[in-house]
Each structure stands twice: as C-alpha cells, then as structure tokens.
Design a protein around this ligand. Sequence first.
Ligand SMILES: *Cc1c(COP(=O)(O)O)cnc(C)c1O
Length: 459
Amino acid sequence: MENKIVQGKSTGEWERQFPVISDIVSTKEVFWANPKVRKFSSAMKNISLGEKDVKDAEKRLKRFAPYIMKVFPETQKTGGIIESPTAKIPFMQRKIEAMFDEKLPGQMILKCDNELAISGSIKARGGIYEVLKHAEDLAVKNNLLKENDDYSVIDSSEFRKLFSKYSIAVASTGNLGLSIGIMSAKLGFKVYVHMSADARQWKKDLLRSKGVTVVEYKEDYSRAIVEARRQSLQDPDMYFVDDENSTDLFLGYAVAAYRLKNQLEEMNIAVDENHPLFVYLPCGVGGGPGGVAFGLKLVFKDNVHCFFAEPTHSPCMLLGLVTGLHDKVCVQDFGIDGITEADGLAVGRASKFVGKTMEELISGCYTVKDEKLYMLLSTLIDSENISLEPSALAGVLGSVQLLKSKAGKKYIKDNNLKDKMENSCHIAWATGGSMVPEEVMKSYYRKGRDILHRRFPDR
Ligand SMILES: *Cc1c(COP(=O)(O)O)cnc(C)c1O
C-alpha cells in the first residue's frame, strides 16, 4: 500500500502502532477486542447520556402509541409499540457449528428487527422516534398538543396542515430513508431522502410511491450526507436528521434494551454474573448498534458484552476505534474500497458521537466477508425459515468469531468467562429484511446456496 499520511502519521506508522490494521487493510476477517473497555460504572463517568434520557424516549413512544396504532394498523397487536420478537435458533446454531467446525456453547438467539413494523429494519426504532419527537415539538409549540392528550388526534387534517409547512431531510444507504420517509410522509411532512449509490432500487421505488422525494447520488454515503446537510441549512423550516451526530436517533434505538430485558425474562433466560450475555450488532455509521448497545449496558451493565460487526470492505467503526481517530479517518484513507453488498453497512466514515460515547463500553469489533453473509443468509432460510437482508447476517457470525479467533479466546480468558460459556446467551441482532421483495430475496438465497455448494461440494 502506498504510504498515505493520515492525521499526521503515515499508514505504515499506524500499522506498526496497531498491528491489527495490517489485516484490516488486507480485508481479512478480524476480531478485535477493545483495550479501552472498562467497567460500566467507570465508563459512564465520561458519558453525559443516561438511563433518564432513554426512559424519556420510552415514554414519548408510549404517548405516540395510540397514533401509531391508528395509522399503522399492523401495530395493533403490540398496542402501537413498534417492537420485534426474540427467537431461539437452535437449528441454525447446529448448522453454523458444522459449517465452521466450532462447537458453540450456550444458546443462540436472534433479535428479529427484520420484523419491525412500518419499515422492516432496526431503523424503525431510531428513525421513527426522531421524526415523532420533531412532530411533537412542532405541535406543542403551535399549541395543538399537550403531553397528556390522546395522541391519536395527530391523525387529522389540522395536524397534517401544520406539518405540511415543514420538511425533513435525511441521507441514507436505504433503510434509514425508508423509516424517515414513511413516517414523515404519514404525518404530512415534505420529505427529502438523499440516497447513496449503494441504495437498492426497490427502496427508492417504495419511497417514491409514498410521495417522498428521492435524490440519488453516484457516490457513497459520505457525499449524500454532505448534500442533505447543505440542503437543510438553506431552509429554516427543514429539519435534518443527522445520522452522524443525532442523540435522538441514538436514544430511540436504546429503548430496545428495556424491552429485550422483559422478553428474555419471559423466555427464562438469565443474565447475571454467571450467565453472560453476548450481543453482536451489524454496524454502519454506528447510531443503531451504538444506541442499542448503550441501552444494553444500562440494563445489564458488566454482564453484557457487545460487539460491532462490519463488512471486511467497510470497517469504519473498527478503524475509528482502533486508531482513536473516529470520524477523522475513513476506510479509503487506508486504501480500503468501501464496496460491499451489505448495503446497510456500506459506510466509510463512522459517527464520532457514537465512537466517543461507546469507546469504553463496547467490548470489540469484528469483520465479515460478504460471501459469508450470503452463506448465512441461505442457511438461515433453510434451517429456521427466517429471511434477512445481507447486512443483517453480520451479527450471526459473532459467536464463531469470538470462540475461534485468538483475540476472542483471549477476551474470554481475560474476563474469566471460560467456565461460564455453557450458560451463555448469544444474541445476533437481525437488523433488517422483511421489506425485501420476494424476487430479490430469491436471488440472495440462490447466491448463498451457490457459494455453499462451491465451499462444501459434498453437502
Ligand atoms: C442501518 C443498518 C445497520 C447499521 O446501523 P447504523 O446506524 O448505520 O450503524 C445495520 N443493518 C441494517 C440492515 C441497517 O439498515
């Protein structure tokens, strides 16, 4: 690799200082344990957000539940609360053991955000939350709404008329645009979604069918977000959902943790000192996985171990955390192309806000080859009949990476987890998939099967 200068140091010097960078740059799969991770209580001393903020977000979502239930009838069964099921996946666990020749102790669980109502991905948490909060702020300011009102009144021409005077802009690789676009259009806002080149055609078509203005770019996400920010700065009535810096998005995602706690209790799954919980979260810019992981740390403290999962060709959060440069480095600085079929994770530069906030709370990161995402995709359909989009499979490889890699083994040993692995629970956060059109899903499935046949010709 040419020796480019990144923040005053050559890439060669960065590699010597942090040897894991060599493997990252060669787009090899890596598992990295975060040397800065600390006990929950000491890490929290440096973080301004806390339980109160997440509870506040949870209450706001409850206030909106009657409205959500009214305008999205598919949420009636959960009383207007947008939440996904949590499922055991024992057949998949056995398949993975065979595929990677690694015994997986404990139980494997899938958090099925692919089934989230309204937009079929993890973005239905943070994205929808931020739009609702903005709508509430405007309605309260205009004396149309009070906090103890029945929020189903928002489904009226009076409110739509108010919101139609305002607009919302966002940049997206696809799913954030879907959730912001669908929710904003439903409320009556004008919406602009700036889509990077990675965004799938069906996502753009779907948004346009809902009256959303989709602006397309030939470049990656970084360009789309610059343009979206620029557009919103020119219009005082335009609200910009800032995926790189938004605390509202982050808090909307974090609410998931309290709900997961209840679900695990209902499933009789213990999380305590002798029953560690491992959670593997597909990571793009960082808001979704960072917010969820933050909530999980608030709930389970030192008994939960959270890991970010990224494609080998777009490991922006990993590079940001390893070097401590966060948003001052992008994958292209190190000669990594940023090209991946995991469109939800195709981000070259991570959020500084998330990197900084999670710096001492996140246990580590690992990367996955696109090929494996497809292998896991078709295997999950065959074993459990669950269909996810490629990005959403990145979490499924977590336990294998933890148990197989040298750095993962060391993590287990250093944290005295070895004897507890039989009692452990491993949650792969399945971040999206239910909105993928059937014919697109079929082509993903075939691709996965083809890769498997090439790798294991006699199975
Ligand atoms: C957006 C997205 C992620 C990652 O969320 P970030 O906030 O970008 O880190 C993961 N999986 C899917 C399917 C997504 O759409």
